[in-house]
Design a binder for this molecule. Sequence first.
Ligand SMILES: NC(=O)c1ccc[n+]([C@@H]2O[C@H](COP(=O)([O-])OP(=O)(O)OC[C@H]3O[C@@H](n4cnc5c(N)ncnc54)[C@H](OP(=O)(O)O)[C@@H]3O)[C@@H](O)[C@H]2O)c1
Length: 263
Amino acid sequence: MVPNSNHSHPLALITGASSGIGEAFARRLAARGFNLVLVARRRDRLDELRREFESSGDIAAEVLAVDLTQPAGICVVEDKIASAENLQLVINNAGFGSRGLFHTISIEKQELMHRLHVIATMRLSHAALRRMAIQRSGGIVNVSSVAGFLQGPSNVSYCATKAWMNSFTEGLYLELRRARLPIKVQALCPGFTHSEFHDTMGMDRSVVPKNWWMTSEDVVDASLRGLERGDLFVVPGWRYNSFVKLLRLLPRSLRHTLVRNAR
Ligand SMILES: NC(=O)c1ccc[n+]([C@@H]2O[C@H](COP(=O)([O-])OP(=O)(O)OC[C@H]3O[C@@H](n4cnc5c(N)ncnc54)[C@H](OP(=O)(O)O)[C@@H]3O)[C@@H](O)[C@H]2O)c1
């Protein structure tokens, strides 16, 4: 249902809304009548999206151009969450990948990854839940990855931070159920998805077979369906879904053999 007054629209805050999965969340949620807070570093991209939403309907969109690896950037978003009216959804989506053996790549870059995937997700979830617990409604989607279910060479910090996201979200899920709070939490775990992610990483997409690629829109649709059902883990696409189920059944030694033999 789409509410008819701008102020009565539910509000969604999306980090990493300037491209890929975050941008697809913004479009899908705007179409469902959400007002939006769009967070990322590239203000021009966010402003363009804001203008598009505002000109095509009665959706209000606000832009927060901040760097979420920095405490000051996180603070701006925490303050927004604390004062936002009718906040119904927070999507912790901002993220990036890197390639290379752990000891050979910049430690500073890996620290930034931990700050973005772990610290920003933790702090913004905390701010959101304080508010949602009082209003007794809302939901949080933490955009993790299939990589959160495994470890692999040249991807150590990425897999570790996404495994943290999975564990953190599962902990919240259990805690909220025990506290009988009707707030939904989801770890969204996509596989290879078309976005700017692999350009930023400098990865050649052709090494992955075509039918293992998904669109950001398909990933977001799976997440929103999962949110309606209250699913804790959402792994979009039957291939990845079966892969994760298999991974979870395999003993660690076999998982290691699988990863060692994968390209
Ligand atoms: N694409 C895939 O294959 C894939 C697979 C599994 C999981 N994921 C996850 O999906 C999420 C979204 O990625 P995507 O695929 O949509 O990639 P993307 O197109 O590169 O989008 C990443 C978003 O994160 C934002 N971001 C990056 N660093 C930031 C920072 N320091 N502060 C604030 N915002 C920041 C970027 O905006 P600015 O540059 O404007 O700041 C951008 O909006 C990530 O968490 C990623 O790990 C992606």
